[in-house]
Structure formats: structure tokens, C-alpha cells
Design a protein around this ligand. Structure first.
Ligand code: CTP
Length: 403
């Protein structure tokens, strides 16, 4: 199952230099399992050919509203009805203006008016044109009409300017679409997650930590939030943007993570411990930087003590949320994970095989074996966003059957 399996997306390409990126977007949409139809404005064809997008989408590309042959296949009203979501990418300033005012004077603006499904725009234009009061008025109007905006991004532009107006990257647009099309079946469900590594201070400039990137926990938080859950993420130090619609509490050490979890756990329905919490921390933190010049050549001894197991602490609470843990193993994965689930009193455990280099810590892909008392499910190698969706499905299926 792809991230957008069988979802029906109508991509409208309007005429800006970023139109060339629509080829990559169509390819990614198809790879994610979506059914894609493409329409183009006349100007878009100056930047990319209909043939390219036809080959990639596997369906005839339309650009003219008065195309008798195309109307015999799927008429434009039928096409508008077919789409679960219409995405205009890139959306130029002129297209925004026409859509904001309800013009139906070309194929894109006519389909836009006739489409009953969700609508999204990925603007791309010169930064001054984006900032222009007329464009901003149009954006405001479209937002008020319930239109979703994906981007624009800030950065260097084809014209040499720097500022807001770059088309969002195709991979980011794919995730935006998955979010926009996700069912809102977890409204009212409260989820608390931990993610990322922890850092255990040795002195004011040094610490002990690990390679966790936080990607899996962040993707999981996003997948819960996309389906309407109320999500709190307690995160160790990572270089990731906060997931959309998620409350993020940033901490550094295992002790701070424990404190934040204990402060937030009451009333949660589900707790998922994704964090790679440091198992040991220095017994004492030197108040000043340790200087090697003070003991030249001497061995350095660090005394470490175990940190509190946050997951086991939550699992031992009464009342407590439904508790999901993670396990990272290199061998005898299932046996170790079963033992860990029992020892910590968990409702479910998701296991990573960290002996594989293609998945795990900082990789973008992952694969999981998910176990619960009386059941198991394997989630085959896929992007972390995709695996996160599969794990949320699994958690929700089992949780709903048990509570
Ligand atoms: N965990 C936690 N608090 C800790 C340590 C771990 O919440 N202080 C959680 C992790 O978030 C993860 C699970 O416990 O969900 C991992 O269990 P753990 O026993 O730490 O696994 P390993 O570190 O792999 O342990 P071992 O070396 O025994 O395999």
C-alpha cells in the first residue's frame, strides 16, 4: 500500500518556470499509489510538454476546455467530480487571481469551480509578486474559502531574487497531500510520544548521547495528528521541524524527558516511547569545563548511573494510557522484543532491526515488526512517513479492539 494508495488527485499545472518540477511530482504521486490526472494551462506548455506529463501520469493530459475528443473520454465536469483533491502546482499569481475571483475562463479555473472535493495551491512566483498586496488579498480570500496552501518556500529564485515564492519540493508536496487526504477518525484521541536522543551532560560543554535522528518519532506524531488526534511530542535535541499541528516540548536530558512525560501523561489515551533515551548518565556533572591540562596524560574515569526507564514508569502507572514501546535489536529480534514487552508491561512493541544499514537511525526508510499479546504484524521497508501510517493503523486497530 502506497502513502496515497488509490487516492484520486487532479494536478493542474500553471505557467511558471517551476512547472518543470511537476514531472517529478507526478512520478512521486504515481509511486505513492495515487491515480493522477493532469491538466495544464496554455502557458505551462511553454515550460514542459504535455507528452512528458502524459507518459508519467498514464492518462491523457488536457489543456483546452473546448477539446471535443477529450470531452468524449471524461468531460471536464466529470473530471472535476472524479478528483478527491485538486492541486494547482505551480500556481502563478495570475492563476491565484483567477481562482480567487471565480473566473471560469480556461480549463483550470473551470475545473476549480466545478470540483466538489478538497482544493490546494502550491504557489510559485517572484517574491515581490507574492508579497504584492493584490496577491495577498487573493491568498486571504482563498484561505477563507477553505483552500489549503502548500508553501511557498523561501529561498533563491530563478530570477535571482531571494525571498518567499519558491515551489515546495515534490516530496514535501506528497506529504502535504497525504495529510490533506487523511481520514479524521482520531478526533478526540489524545496521544503522547517521546522522540529523539537525550543528551547527558558531563560538564558544561560535553555530553553523552546517541545517533537517534528523531525521524521515526516525528513521522509518527505527524501521522497521528494528520488523522485528527491531539498530539504532544516530548523531543530530545534533533534537527527537525515540529510536525504540523503537534505540540512539541523540547528537552535535553533523560531526567527532563521523564519530568515532561510525567507532567503530561494524565488523561492521555495512548503513550508511544520512540525516544532513544540514554540508559546511563554521569553520576555528577562537573560545574566547570574539565581541563585535560590539569591532569596531563592521565586516564579519565566517568562514573555512570542508570537513568530511569520512562516507558516502564508510564506502564506501571494506574490508571495509565495504552502503552507502546520500541526495541532496537541486532539478533533474535522477536524473542528479545517479546521479553521486553513482558518485562516492561507493554501493550505493544515495535522492533527495529538495527543490524541493517538501509533502515534505522538516520536513514529515511524503516521496517518494523510489531508485536502485541496474541498478535504480530510486519511493516515492510518503506519511507518513515509510510511506516508511521502503518504503525498508527496497527496501534489504532489493536487499541480499539482492547479498550
Ligand atoms: N526507554 C525509555 N526510557 C529509558 C530507556 C528506554 O522510555 N530510560 C524506552 C525507549 O523509548 C524504547 C524502549 O524503552 O521505547 C527501549 O527499551 P530498552 O530496554 O532501552 O531497549 P534497549 O536500549 O535496546 O535495551 P537493551 O540494551 O536491553 O536491548
Amino acid at each position: 500500500m502506497g502513502l496515497l494508495q488509490d487516492r484520486r488527485v487532479l494536478l493542474a499545472v500553471s505557467g511558471g518556470i517551476a512547472a518543470y518540477k511537476s514531472a517529478d511530482l507526478v512520478r512521486r504521486l504515481r509511486e505513492a499509489g495515487a491515480a493522477v490526472r493532469v491538466v495544464m494551462s496554455a502557458h505551462a506548455q511553454q515550460f514542459i510538454t504535455p507528452m512528458t506529463l502524459q507518459a508519467l501520469s498514464g492518462a491523457r493530459v488536457r489543456s483546452d476546455i473546448f477539446d471535443a475528443e477529450a470531452e468524449q473520454g471524461m468531460g471536464h465536469i466529470e473530471l472535476a467530480r472524479w478528483a478527491e483533491l485538486v492541486l494547482v502546482a505551480p500556481a502563478t499569481a495570475a492563476t491565484l487571481a483567477r481562482l480567487a475571483h471565480g473566473h471560469a475562463d480556461d480549463l483550470i479555473s473551470t475545473l476549480w469551480l466545478a470540483a466538489p472535493g478538497r482544493k490546494a495551491l502550491a504557489p510559485a512566483m517572484n517574491q515581490q509578486m507574492w508579497r504584492a498586496p493584490a496577491t495577498q488579498r487573493n491568498v486571504e480570500q482563498l484561505r477563507a474559502d477553505g483552500v489549503l496552501f502548500f508553501g511557498p518556500e523561501e529561498g533563491e529564485q530563478a530570477c535571482g531574487d531571494v525571498g518567499p515564492g519558491r515551489l515546495r519540493e515534490p516530496q514535501a508536496l506528497l506529504l502535504d497531500l497525504a495529510r490533506a487526504l487523511a481520514p479524521q477518525d482520531l478526533r478526540g484521541v489524545r496521544v503522547l510520544l517521546t522522540a529523539g536522543p537525550t543528551q547527558e551532560a558531563i560538564d558544561p560543554v560535553r555530553y553523552i548521547s546517541n545517533h537517534s535522528s528523531g525521524k521515526m518519532g516525528y513521522a509518527l506524531a505527524q501521522a497521528f495528528a494528520d488523522r485528527g488526534a491531539t498530539v504532544t511530542l516530548v523531543s530530545g535535541p534533533v534537527a527537525l521541524a515540529a510536525p504540523v499541528g503537534v505540540e512539541v516540548q523540547r528537552v535535553q536530558s533523560a531526567a527532563q524527558m521523564l519530568e515532561a512525560v510525567q507532567a503530561g501523561v494524565a488523561g492521555q489515551d495512548i503513550f508511544v516511547a520512540c525516544a532513544a533515551v540514554a540508559d546511563y548518565r554521569p553520576v555528577s556533572v562537573a560545574p566547570r569545563k574539565l581541563k585535560k591540562t590539569e591532569n596531563p596524560g592521565a586516564l579519565m574515569h566517568l562514573q555512570l548511573e542508570p537513568s530511569t526507564d520512562i516507558l516502564a514508569t508510564v506502564a506501571a502507572r494506574r490508571p495509565r494510557p495504552w502503552v507502546v514501546g520500541f526495541a532496537a535489536e541486532t539478533h533474535d529480534i522477536e524473542a528479545y522484543a517479546q521479553a521486553k514487552m513482558q518485562a516492561k508491561g507493554l501493550d505493544m512493541i515495535a522492533c527495529n532491526d538495527v543490524s541493517r544499514s538501509d533502515i534505522g537511525f538516520s536513514a529515511d526508510d524503516n521496517a518494523l515488526l510489531v508485536l502485541w499479546p496474541g498478535g504480530r504484524r510486519e511493516l515492510a521497508t518503506a519511507s518513515k512517513a509510510h511506516i508511521a501510517q502503518g504503525l498508527v493503523d496497527t496501534i489504532i486497530d489493536v487499541w480499539r479492539s482492547k479498550v
